[in-house]
Design a protein around this ligand. Structure first.
Ligand code: HEM
Length: 201
């Protein structure tokens, strides 16, 4: 039996629901560190950054699930919804830190969104992810039918925007955000049939 089949057989016995309990814990842990002085001299910035990083990592993992099945035979599909919703949880937490702890002043929020292109892009990614999060339930899948798949293609726009947001907010051309964007674009490229044929060959 191939290794992937053995892993899939084991994964079939693992439920997805514990992810909803374990997934938010790192976020709660950094929040606790922030409250207790464990995040250095700029705890709000550090918290904002940590939550943004968790969100981006989860988005990348979510994008990798289909190519992993296609090219490695690994079936993680049943965890995809939980991973996507956790990513959204971290984005909301990241946004909430920015709104309530970083900017605070209501009159500055709109100014920041309009004036700072990396905030505009981050906000666009968030807005695009809203319908995805709201329809990540069985009722919506049944109700929307084939439209559900179409709607969830918004991921292909929202995730790279999250990556671009990271590239834009750092000074100069730094390796880490560029590496994220490169991986995101690579995972998206694997959705094109001619690239799939080449990889398979
Ligand atoms: C898909 C949505 C988003 C993703 C994946 C994301 C991800 C990230 C990442 C990875 C960082 C940098 C972490 C680091 O430096 O290590 C960051 C920073 C930041 N993000 Fe986001 N973000 C998103 C949406 C937003 C939104 C909606 C806002 C606010 C409207 C926002 C505001 C910020 C701010 C203010 C920073 C810190 C910038 C600084 O260094 O001063 N982000 N984000």
């Amino acid at each position: 039996m191939p290794v992937s089949d053995r892993i899939n057989a084991t994964l079939r016995k693992v439920p997805a629901w514990p992810l909803y309990i374990v997934g938010p814990l790192p976020g709660l842990w950094v929040f606790w560190l922030g409250l207790t002085g464990g995040l250095g001299v700029e705890p709000i910035k550090a918290l904002e950054h940590e939550l943004g990083q968790f969100a981006l990592k989860l988005l990348v993992v979510g994008l990798a699930i289909t190519p992993l099945r296609r090219f490695a035979g690994l079936n993680l599909i049943k965890f995809r919804r939980a991973i996507g919703l956790l990513a959204f949880f971290y984005i909301v937490a990241h946004l909430a830190v920015w709104l309530f702890l970083d900017v605070q002043d209501g009159s500055l929020i709109w100014k920041d969104i309009v004036k700072r292109p990396y905030i505009t892009i981050g906000m666009a990614a968030f807005v695009l992810m809203l319908p995805l999060a709201l329809t990540s339930n069985n009722w919506s899948i049944r109700k929307l039918g084939p439209k559900w798949r179409q709607l969830h293609k918004l991921t292909y726009l929202a995730v790279p925007l999250g990556g671009i947001h990271f590239v834009m907010l750092v000074k100069g051309w730094q390796i880490e955000p560029l590496a994220y964007l490169f991986v995101i674009l690579g995972l998206l490229a694997l959705r094109f049939r001619f690239i799939q044929r080449r990889v398979a060959a």
